[in-house]
Design a protein around this ligand. Sequence first.
Ligand code: UDP
Length: 458
Amino acid sequence: MERRAHAMLFPFPCPGHINPTLKLADLLHARGVHVTFVNTEHNHERLRRERRRGFRFEAVPDGLADEDRVAPDRTVRLYLSLRRSCGPPLAELARRLVPPVTCVVLSGLVSFALSAAEEVGVPAFVLWGTSACGFVGTLRLRELRQRGYTPLNDESYLTNGYLDTPIDWIAGMPTLRLGDISSFVRTLDPQCFALRVEEDEANSCARARGVILNTFEDLEHDVLAALRDEFPRVYTIGPLAAAAAGALSLWEEDSECVAWLDAQADGSVLYVSFGSLAVLSLEQVAELAWGLAASDRPFLWAVRPGLVAGDRGADALPEGFLAATGGRCFIAEWCAQEQVLRHRAVGGFLTHSGWNSTAESIWAGVPMVCWPGFADQYINCRYACEEWGIGLRLDEALRREQVAAHVEELMAGGTDRAREMRRCAAKWKAAAWKATAPGGSSCESLDRLVDDLRLWEE
Ligand code: UDP
């Protein structure tokens, strides 16, 4: 009798990981795979709405103390706590689920789940939630460290041009600036804690049966070809779009922002968001706010609680800013971002270049102003601006004049560069839709993945 494949999915518990994993779960479920989606107990309740899907949700403890949830380094604490305590309950859950679990699908940063899968004796697949260039950049961190490019000797290396050092030896990639590869090369820590975590997590994917990427073949052809020399099973199934059941919302989605967009002219609005984890200083928020106010364009800004240092949100916007925008802006805490990006009124996206946000923007055909600050955001920005032609980059030290100038150029669309960006955004949108349509590369890759998930007895 044929056993039905039962995939147990477990993402690192933050939106950038949960969102794509949830989308993959929808796709697998729609293709007849039995799916169990595992949250941490802390998120389980917050994700009540998302649990209204046709598959099963389970929860394991994250082991985090309440005071750690509000600490400035909460993501690091969460990572360490999961690594310390989450493997055994995960393995135990996999053992007791019925029908028997036949494979584990994990996201990045939870490599301990590979050990849980090994213990239970089922294959594992990693949904590494970045671009292929982000994944390869992270894989190469080890070599960058071993060749002595990083850690940096002292703070002056952050500003003395050292980060412009050309790196021309990464297979499948053009010559990059050292600083383009990842935020982790900027470390001054002689122990390289964060750097080693990243490189270990990425390199641990070699223990998995396959790596799943939220990208598509045409977008990253060269880097994918090089990656396949190292990882024989790479599945490119992106861009992952939210199914009818919707994307994840750890915060309440503001529905009024869509009504506000409905009242705006086509392509006139700049959407501004820095994802779920970024924390900006008060000075950075002020430069952004005054730059946006000076740009004279309508904008929708997602200012989630905790976006500003000191666990602050919209209360940290500078005094007089809202009045200065003359009613041209809408401040939301959290938006249905994919819906917003696909809204006819949205013509540009000021983003931190997180991969989900970038992929969602490509999918919607919206060009970007990019201001990366962490992890793979730098390489996503580099590819968006210089390889794909759909982004304008802001300097690392935010200046309101440059914010206003970039936003104006993008939204007015009058320069050759801005026209070219719109042309490229439309081209990549068409390519993305083609890839995910029946017969397209992402669709076929997903079929292959579903077949391979069934090979548990191999
Ligand atoms: N997001 C959202 N509403 C917001 C801001 C972000 O739904 O107001 C979602 C966004 O659609 C994306 C995720 O949060 O799927 C952010 O992921 P990304 O990889 O871009 O950045 P991260 O949060 O990991 O830094």
